[in-house]
Design a protein around this ligand. Structure first.
Ligand code: FAD
Ligand code: NAI
Length: 487
């Protein structure tokens, strides 16, 4: 102990100072680098072109790892940024601000050795035979040219999925989804509108009750996390700013199955349902929505009777279905190989069955893995490694052929099939509590898991900039509360 004490006395200060200095140096270096993109090579027309549809989890992890010295790359997406979806529910109430979880695609593509063409537009047609995409500019401002054909050698379909509505009437017209940044913004605005309309002088009592009834349909992780954020907002902020209205605000979660979170372990389902019951978030299980009207939901209750549920805000979170462009592509491929409506069927190498130059990743594909960010991003990394290896094999073959040698010597360099190792699932359930299903049959929930959830998401954010912004948002919320302005 005396040695330790004297060592600490002599060097403790210096060690701390050195650690701080190294940390500050690394931080400054990263900040400087992030603002000074390097010079890039231009396109090389002798190289093959990879077209990537999407700027989500799968596409960005592919772009990050792809060696652009070997390929020309064009990225097509209707949104010019990557969105960190795990924190999207937090943006619906202002726990985190939207721009903190967005990363412009050009901040990513500008750092690759070769220029990447980014096209803001939606691909609405894939000509498989001629290897050409049709891309439409579907933004608000459209110029003289708003449709373009883009040729490709390889196509990567990473355009995600759409919200499933199961053809239930009124869903698209009257509810809010929770998949994109604009959905979170719409929910935040509508919520505040419901509150201010309920506070309007002389508002009819039954109308106040309806406006303050917030209904979430779908008890998967999206619906549960949204209900949790809404509950926090009510308890931590609205109760102070709307003291007369807050006690009348009700949150209801409608789920067709007997329990919420069907993909989580039994213990964590029970834990979440108990926590929601304590928080007075009502779960209507075994209840199927049949129709959505402007001010009420028509549901079939567990006794198979039809009931009306008046609502002010309705958030629809009943999972995924294939996007139109994916559904159209499925129809163009052999029906015995493409037999899934939820997405493109791929082989062990993520190549779309029935094609020899199209790959599908993430929510756009139909695989045995769940449609999660974790799977999509692993697939993106895998495909980048595959493309990099294919380029190396091609280069080796060319070298051997040029030297007049037998190229069969490189036959051993085979590409390995995609292999996925699940790291578990996390979800926020409100009141600074989270749940985690981890490998090795570990199921935990509570306040400690919440800090694990926070640190896991903070470290997974795309860049240092995002990490700093989200950390500031959390601190800002703790100090000043959430903003209740209606944008
Ligand atoms: P996306 O990330 O959805 O990206 C699709 C991209 O394609 C987008 O850029 C889109 O603009 C673009 N696109 C759309 N149409 C076209 C077109 N016609 N042409 C070209 N591009 C197009 N998963 C987890 O593992 N953990 C979580 O905590 C988690 N939380 C979530 C929270 C919410 C609220 C939501 C909605 C999902 C969450 N997920 C989570 C699931 C995860 O977000 C998805 O599985 C993941 O985004 C799938 O990645 P992707 O790249 O396939 O699709
Ligand atoms: P989901 O498919 O996981 O859940 C949808 C729920 O809606 C189901 O429980 C279903 O029974 C219910 N439902 C369907 N039709 C209904 C109806 N008519 N009436 C009432 N209920 C109905 O969808 P979700 O939550 O959008 O998630 C999509 C994917 O994203 C999943 O793979 C999920 O794991 C992932 N995700 C993961 C998160 C996390 O890990 N924290 C957070 C959010 C999403």
């Amino acid at each position: 102990p005396t040695i330790k004490k004297s060592f600490l006395r002599r060097y403790g200060g210096k060690v701390i100072l050195s650690v701080v200095a190294v940390g500050a140096g690394l931080f400054t270096y990263e900040v400087y680098n992030a603002r000074h993109p390097p010079k890039q090579f231009t396109w090389d027309h002798s190289k093959k072109t990879i077209a990537i549809l999407g700027s989500g989890w799968a596409a960005t992890s592919l772009i990050k790892d792809l060696d652009t010295e070997n390929y020309n790359v064009v990225v097509v997406s209707p949104r010019n940024y990557f969105l960190f979806t795990p924190l999207l529910p937090s943006c619906t109430v202002g726990t985190v601000e939207l721009r903190s979880i967005m990363m412009p695609m050009r901040y990513i593509t500008r750092f690759k050795p070769r220029q990447i063409a980014f096209v803001e537009g939606g691909c609405n047609q894939i000509d498989v035979e001629n290897k050409v995409l049709t891309v439409e500019d579907n933004s608000e401002i459209v110029g003289e040219v708003s449709s373009q054909k883009i040729p490709y050698d390889y196509l990567v379909v990473a355009c995600g999925a759409e919200n499933a509505t199961f053809g239930i009437p009124g869903v698209r017209e009257y509810s809010c989804f929770l998949k994109e940044a604009w959905d979170a913004k719409k929910i935040r605005t509508r919520l505040m509108d419901c509150l201010e309309t309920a506070a309007f002088p002389g508002q009819v009592e039954s109308e106040v009750d309806r406006l303050l009834h917030m209904v979430v349909v779908g008890g998967g992780p999206t619906g549960v996390e949204y209900a949790a954020e809404l509950y926090d907002f009510l308890k931590e902020d609205l109760a102070d700013w709307y003291p007369e209205l807050a006690p009348k605000i009700k949150i209801t979660l409608v789920e067709a199955l007997p329990h919420v979170l069907p993909s989580f372990s039994k213990e964590l389902i029970t834990y979440t349902e108990k926590h929601f019951a304590e928080a007075k978030v009502k779960i209507l299980s075994n209840t199927m929505v049949k129709e959505v009207k402007q001010k009420e939901l028509i549901v079939q209750n567990p006794q198979k009777q039809i009931e009306k549920i008046p609502y002010g805000l309705l958030v629809w979170a009943t999972g995924n279905t294939a996007r139109q462009v994916v559904a159209d592509l499925i129809k163009k491929l052999p029906s015995n190989l493409q037999n899934q409506r939820r997405g493109l069927v791929v082989d062990d190498y993520l190549k779309v069955k029935g094609s020899d130059n199209i790959y599908a990743l993430g929510d756009a594909s139909a695989t045995k893995w769940p449609p999660t960010a974790q799977v999509a991003s692993r697939q993106g990394h895998y495909l980048a490694a595959t493309f990099n290896q294919l380029a190396r094999i091609d280069a080796d073959r060319d070298k051997l052929l040029a030297a007049g040698e037998d190229p069969s010597a490189i036959a051993g360099q085979v590409v390995k099939p995609f292999n996925y190792k699940d790291l578990g699932a996390l979800a926020y359930i409100g009141s600074d509590k989270a749940i985690a299903d981890l490998p090795g049959n570990v199921h935990v929930g509570g306040a400690l898991t919440f800090w694990f959830w926070r640190s896991a998401y903070l470290s997974n954010l795309f860049s240092l900039r995002n990490r700093v912004l989200v950390a500031f948002d959390w601190a800002k919320k703790s100090l000043f509360g959430r903003d209740i302005s209606r944008e």
